[in-house]
Every structure is written in C-alpha cells, then in structure tokens.
Design a protein around this ligand. Structure first.
Ligand code: F6R
Length: 613
C-alpha cells in the first residue's frame, strides 16, 4: 500500500527512482511523485495516474542535464487514503519553508489535531493529506539537525509510517523510519537505496537490512546508521535477498498474473521440496519450531488472514479437522482483535499472509501473542514484519508475486497448510500408511497443476462466452467451498464482474432469486465427497435458466455431461484437488478479464500490500 523509494549515490537518481517506482507500482498506482536535490534545492515532479505519467512529466519539465546531475532523491507511488488521487495530494510533500521533502506510507491518525496546531502557528497547507502535516511538523521541529527533527516529530504522531525525508540543508543524507509500514535498505557499492520492498532494490544489490518498528536510520551513499527514536544505536543484520531481478520481470507473458499462474508448478515444487518425509508419511517443517510434545498438546488451530489468504485458511480448516481431528477455525484477521478471542497456550494460531505486511493480520498476530497463544506464520515475503514478529513459521518460497491478484501464493499456502495438517495428523489419528499415500499426492501437486495449465487455450475459449455477463455465482461444498469463494474473488477483482461465492447448498436460501436466463454458475463439482449433492444444486440452478460451467474430474464423463461447459482437473485426494481446481478458476478469471480489456495486474482501487486497517 503506497510504495516508497529513496536513493543516494552516484547514478542518475531520478531514473533510479522512477525505475524503482515501476517495480513498486503494484502497491498503489493512483498518483506518483519524486523529489530530488539539485544545486542545493529540492525540486519536485508529480503526476496523477501511473508512474509512466510521472516519467513523462519529469522528462517534459526537467532538462537532461538535471537528470545527469542529481544523485539523491525520494519517490512515491500512492494508494489514496486522505484525499482523492490528485496532483496536489500526491507525494512528496514539503514543509512550510519548502526545504524538506517527505514521502510516507501509512496513516497519521492524529493529523487533524497536529494540523490545527500548526495552522495556529501560521502554517499553510495545500493538500488534504496527513502526510503534508507530518512534513510541516518535521520542518517545525527542525533546529538545524534533520535527524533530531524527524525523531521529535515522530514522537508527536500516532499511527503508522514508513517514511523517507530529504532536506536541502543536509544534502548528504536521507532519513528513513518505520512504524507499521515496511522499509528495506539496500546496501550497494557507493550507493544506498531504500524501498518499501525489495523488488525496487534488486537491480542494485542483494544485500539488505530490514528496519524494525521505531527504527530510524541516516542513509548516506556509503553508510547506514540505525537508531531508535530516542537516538540509541541499534544493530540490524544484513541479509541476502536470494532472488534476482529476472524473478520480478514478466518473462514474455502479457501480464504478471499469467506468468505467476504458469509459475505454479515451480513455486509449488519449491514450497514442497524437502518437506516431505516419505518414510514416516509426514512432513518436515523445521520453521514450525515445535517439539513432538508441543504438537501433541495443541487442542485447537486458529487460522488468520485476509482476502485470498483467508480463503487458504478455510481450506486449512478442513485439512486440520480431516487429517488431525483437531478443532480448527478461521477468523477474519480484521475482526480478531476487536472481539474477545479466547486463546490459551494450547491454541496454535497460524497467520497467513503473502506479503507478511497486512495491517489487520499483523494486529491479529499481536493480539494472539499477547494472549499467550502459540503463534506462527505462513508468509511468502522473507523478512516481512509478520514473519519476524511470529518468530516461527513456514515460508512459502513462491517467489515474488507482483500481480495484485494473488495466485501462486494461494496455492503454496494451501500446500503448506496440507503439510502442516499432515504433520499434526500423524501425531494423532492419521495412520502411517495413509500418511505415505497423502504425502505422495502432495508431492505430485506441481504435476497436477501443470496438467490444468495445459488447458489454458481451451479455458480462454470457454471464457469468451462469459465476458458479457455482469454477475456470476461460484458454488462448491466441503473444501471446494473456499475454492468457490476464491474463484469469485479472482473474477470480481480483475474483471469487475460482480461474482459471489456460496456454499452450493446456500444458494437456495436466498441468492437463487438472482438467477436469470444465462446467469453463469461456476460449479466446483470434482469427484469428491458431496459431489452428488452439488449436482442436485446445479440442477436447481439450471431449472432457473443458469448457464453452468463445471470444474470436473478427468474421466468423470457423467458429471461433465451435466454442464454447459467444463474444465477438468486430474483425479486426486479431495483436499489436494482444491489446488488444481483453483488454478482452473484463476485462468478462467484471467481470460474473462483480458477479453473485457481490463488492467489485469493493477485492478482499479486495489493495492497489493494492505498496510492500513
Ligand atoms: C486477492 C488478494 C488479497 C490478499 C489480501 C491479503 O487476490 O491478493 O485479497 O490476499 O489483501 O494479503 P496478504 O496475503 O499479503 O496478507
């Protein structure tokens, strides 16, 4: 949510910043801006819309000499919170004197009070943003030492921030700080680059430092000095990124989403490899950091997440109950800390998050930690806040997910949840023999998914018949119910078709009233327990004129014949089948959106990493 880049070094800073913003654009893309230091002055360029517009604006307004000259600057791509996405609301924002520039990710909750106080001292504000208030506050605190001014200002604000600050009077440095919004510092040769996430840093260096909450750092071309907000030095380790710039490119695909769908056999391979114990029919998940005794004592599993990650949790719920006989429940992370979650030290809380930065999930993790539960995470982004705050957990190893719509992270989340459930199950009711069989099936997931992806062209043809509808329903039962929810979410977020996922039995309790001649009903009707009942529900829909697209099991001709159109998935264990089934729905959503001419990788109003509540 909002992307920040800062650069100080020897290269053409404006181009470095714009290229960095392009990498971060998935975080927010309603406006963008940059500020550079040129000849002792701060110069700003901003534009509403995408980074490409900012690039045009900067090249139109600035001379090539300026591009060659400037080696220090900060930049931002915005996802609007306070005020619409106009040029004046775009970051960077300046202080009253125009000598200090600020980019900010997060929300300053007490900005109204601070603004009123500064206005009474004669400050004049141009934008509706909370960020401009913070810029003015830093200027107000500045008595000739930028670092101290930022510390003093941050002591006065409530809320969340990841910031980068530039001053015309201290041109050799950028100040950066975080509370609740990530900041990564890349350490290059004679250059330092900071960003909201590592994808903007990859082109420069593999060596990074992740700031912790309440860290503040002075960044120079050849040094990084990290302190806390009370000016006490802190030590943060340098980590290696472990993936290169190619991983963040489209690699010949039209969209990142299509690339990421196609990557799933590999990403799933990476998530599963080395984690299966064929001999015991179990899994090896060292990151869980649990002794067999601790595992045996777990009496309940609580799965937390938002959006797609929540849907993965719902599949996990079935898996833990089915394989391990453990009471499992999914809770919306956003709601978790506002109710009274009853938790104890025998409850295993699993926070699921691709980015590891989702504000609601992070807040839920903190609540669970505080209540003494046994907390772990399933994150994709290594070193992310949730991964670090939980301390234990399992990384997905899905590689960078750039498309705003999550695909490969979901399938890896489900695969890892299955392995966790298998591990818990083997310590309880699940026999070694059954464990060995399921472990083999889990290991074959990449192959199963590859078979679905082979149907890409056929799915594209089917999708062509569903582009005119403005409404669609997705139905499923058992573990296919969350698959229906996820299929609907994928379709609505990228194609803007109003899509709803329902338990197949639930339609007749109300939503069936909306069915008309030709309304699409996408039925997950794989050959798993409950299929016959789903077939009954399909007939109820057909009788009301619905057009049925079925996800069916290969070779199940009888079921395929009940459908107007169908996509097949290979025959496999019902829990495992959730993964190929969802891949079929990802491709369906992708092609509907493509044929409707939508901006697939950056759907309107969305952002990849939701770091505000
Ligand atoms: C949908 C999507 C979102 C995210 C949600 C949680 O395609 O990507 O629903 O799943 O915002 O994000 P993470 O997993 O990063 O916590």
């Amino acid at each position: 949510m909002c992307g920040i880049v800062g650069y100080i070094g020897k290269a053409d800073a404006a181009s470095v910043l714009i290229n960095g913003l392009r990498r971060l654009e998935y975080r927010g893309y309603d406006s963008a801006g940059l500020a550079v230091l040129d000849d002792g002055q701060i110069v700003v360029a901003k534009a509403p819309g995408k980074v490409a517009k900012l690039n045009d604006r900067a090249h139109a307004d600035w001379t090539p000499e300026r591009f060659r000259r400037v080696t220090t600057g900060i930049a931002h791509t915005r996802w609007a919170t306070h005020g619409p996405p106009t040029e004046v609301n775009a970051h960077p924002h300046l202080d009253q004197a125009g000598d200090i520039a600020l980019v900010h990710n997060g929300i300053i909750e007490n900005y109204r009070a601070v603004r009123a106080r500064l206005e009474s001292k004669g400050h004049h504000f141009y934008s509706e943003t909370d960020t401009e208030v913070l810029a003015h506050l830093i200027g107000d605190c500045n008595k000739g030492d930028l670092f101290q001014a930022v510390c003093d200002a941050l002591h006065q604000v409530e809320g969340t921030f990841g910031i980068a600050v530039l001053s015309a009077h201290e041109p050799d440095k950028i100040i950066t700080a975080r509370r609740g919004s990530p900041i990564v510092i890349g350490i290059g040769e004679g250059e330092t680059i900071i960003a909201s996430d590592a994808s903007a840093i990859l082109a420069h260096t593999q060596r990074v430092i992740y700031l912790d909450d309440n860290d503040i750092a002075v960044i120079k071309a050849d040094s990084v000095d990290i302190r806390d907000l009370n000016n006490i030095p802190v030590t943060r380790e340098i980590a290696e990124l472990g993936f290169d710039a190619a991983a963040a490119e489209k690699g010949g695909f039209d969209h990142f989403m299509l690339k990421e769908i196609h990557e799933q056999p590999d990403s799933l391979g990476n998530a599963i490899r080395g984690r299966i114990d064929h001999n015991l029919g179990s899994s090896v998940l060292a990151g869980m950091g649990t002794s067999p005794r601790e595992l045996a004592e777990i009496s309940r599993v609580v799965l937390l997440g938002c959006g797609t990650s929540l849907h993965a949790g719902l599949v996990g719920e079935y898996a833990f109950e089915d394989l391990a006989d453990i009471h499992a429940e999914v809770q919306q992370a956003a709601e978790f800390r506002y109710r009274n979650p009853i938790l104890g030290n025998r409850d295993l809380v699993v926070a699921i998050s691709q980015s590891g930065e989702t504000a609601d999930t992070l807040a839920a993790v903190r609540e669970a930690n505080q209540k003494g539960a046994f907390v772990m995470s399933l994150c994709n982004v290594v070193g992310s806040t949730i991964a670090r705050e939980t301390g234990r957990g399992v990384y997905l190893h899905a590689g960078p997910e750039i498309s705003v719509a999550s695909t490969k992270a979901f399938t890896c989340q489900v695969a890892v949840l299955l392995m966790m459930a298998l591990k818990l199950g083997r310590g309880r009711r699940y026999s070694r023999e059954d464990g060995i069989k399921l472990a083999r099936e889990i290991e074959s997931i990449p192959e199963l998914v590859a078979k679905v992806i082979l149907q890409n062209d056929r799915i594209a043809k089917i999708a062509a018949d569903y582009t005119q509808n403005e409404h669609a329903f997705f139905i499923g039962r058992g573990p296919m119910y969350p698959v229906a929810l996820e299929g609907a979410l994928k379709l609505k977020e990228i194609s803007y078709v109003h899509a709803e996922g329902y338990h197949a039995a639930e339609l007749k309790h109300g939503p069936i009233a909306l069915l008309e001649q030709g309304t699409p009903v996408i039925a997950i009707a794989c050959d798993v327990p409950g299929k016959d009942k789903t077939l009954g529900n399909i007939e109820e829909c057909r009788a009301r004129g619905a057009r049925i697209l079925g996800i069916v099991t290969e070779g199940d001709h009888e079921t395929a014949e009940c459908m107007d159109d169908f996509i097949t998935i290979p025959r496999c264990h019902p829990l495992v089948a959730t993964i190929p089934a969802v891949v079929a729905l990802q491709l369906f959503a992708y092609h509907v959106a493509r044929l409707r001419g939508c901006e697939i990788d950056q759907p309107r109003n969305l952002a990849k990493s939701v770091t505000v509540e």
